[in-house]
Write a new protein. Structure first.
Length: 168
């Protein structure tokens, strides 16, 4: 019996995509059976880390394509710094020593993604590169920003300090 695993993105609502792992088994009689299991949080964190690394690689390639005039060199340096830092900062967040430290490091990731978005918009509006290639990276940046904004909101909501209603 052969087993095939497929990763499938299921949209629960507009703002909340959920990843599900479908294990599909092809049986000898030719019938296809499907079992659905949720991906555990470690796998999701690993997937997000890989996505941030891929984003950093795309930023590196984009920066290499910028013109070698003073404006291009300046923007390349800025976008290289802001666009490659979310991946290692997220790695730091995963090893946070407390919930407050985790939230702080996620906020740093979001801050760097926001700065990268500004530089991508500058590149787009100045026509330094092909608008289609820049727009694809902008879309990825927006998706990552939404993920981290939502994660910060969730972690902040679950923080015990937020629910302490005792009067001081």
């Amino acid at each position: 019996m052969a087993m095939l695993r497929l990763l499938h993105l299921v949209k629960i609502s507009r703002a909340r995509p959920r990843l599900e792992l479908f294990a599909v088994t092809w049986q000898e009689c030719g019938r296809l059976t499907t079992m659905t299991t949720s991906i555990n949080s470690q796998d999701r964190a690993d997937d997000l880390q890989d996505r941030l690394i891929n984003f950093a690689v795309r930023i590196i390639k984009l920066a290499a394509c910028l013109p070698s005039n003073p404006a291009g060199r300046h923007i390349a340096g800025q976008i290289l710094r802001s666009g490659t830092s979310p991946a290692p900062n997220y790695g730091e967040a995963r090893g946070a020593e407390s919930r407050a430290d985790f939230i702080h490091k996620l906020r740093v990731v979001l801050k760097e993604l926001n700065e990268t978005m500004v530089w991508l918009r500058v590149i787009e509006r100045s026509n330094m590169l092909d608008p289609v290639s820049v727009s694809n990276i902008i879309i990825e940046n927006q998706e990552l920003s939404r993920i981290f904004a939502s994660s910060i909101k969730t972690a902040d909501f679950r923080s015990p300090q937020k629910h302490d209603v005792r009067k001081k």
